[in-house]
Design a protein around this ligand. Structure first.
Ligand SMILES: Cc1cc2nc3c(=O)[nH]c(=O)nc-3n(C[C@H](O)[C@H](O)[C@H](O)COP(=O)(O)O)c2cc1C
Length: 182
């Protein structure tokens, strides 16, 4: 079975984006194993520490290295990605560059109407940076607006969004297989 890491860009306990990821884990459990990675314990990146990183960063690198692909769920903070997510990507861009060539897909949602459009545009640019070099699923943009209304009882419940996700996830699975066969 395929193994996908899901990096959650919010460390808020009641994060809607975390709820989306938990929904994906359940909904597609027959198709892949989703390893949910939260960033609570990742300290601020400092170049002085990159050769002797904390245990949490070693574990983060190892988990991503072992997975077939990566899903990133990002909230939008001030028209960009949250600092915790950028910080984790900075760690991952150095020394052991575990995202290089890795198939990645992006999802994100917010209570606003644009549903993380601006954050995701920036995230695609960041994922294309030299030390990151991820192989990002083209097109297939998942912007979930009004997300606070679509999450109920801790799960994404909006039928249209879920149907759209079925298509995107199918595309991503094919993309992961194609990328890893090359
Ligand atoms: C510091 C801060 C900045 C925010 N900026 C934006 C923004 O630029 N665009 C947006 O759609 N939502 C913005 N929001 C609202 C977030 O989308 C909302 O808090 C969302 O629930 C965060 O995702 P989470 O539930 O996964 O933690 C902001 C929230 C915070 C706390």
């Amino acid at each position: 079975m395929l193994k996908i890491a899901a990096i959650v860009g919010s460390i808020r306990k009641e994060s809607f984006n975390l709820r989306v990821v938990e929904t994906l884990k359940e909904r597609y459990q027959e198709q892949f194993e989703l390893d949910i990675i939260t960033l609570y314990d990742i300290p601020m990146y400092n170049p002085d520490d990159e050769l002797t990183p904390p245990e949490s960063v070693i574990t983060l690198r190892k988990r991503i290295k072992e997975e077939d692909g990566v899903l990133i769920a990002t909230p939008e903070y001030n028209s960009s990605i949250p600092g915790v997510l950028k910080n984790a990507l900075d760690w991952l861009s150095r020394v052991e560059m575990v995202l290089v060539g890795k198939p990645v897909m992006i999802v994100g949602g917010s209570p606003g109407v644009l549903g993380t459009v601006r954050a995701q545009m920036q995230l695609r640019q960041i994922l294309n940076a030299r030390g990151i070099g991820a192989h990002v699923l083209p097109l297939n943009e998942v912007f979930i607006g009004s997300l606070h209304e679509k999450v109920q009882d801790g799960r994404l419940q909006d039928e249209n969004t879920l149907k759209f996700l079925d298509e995107v996830i199918a595309n991503f699975i094919q993309f992961v297989k194609d990328t890893n066969q090359r």
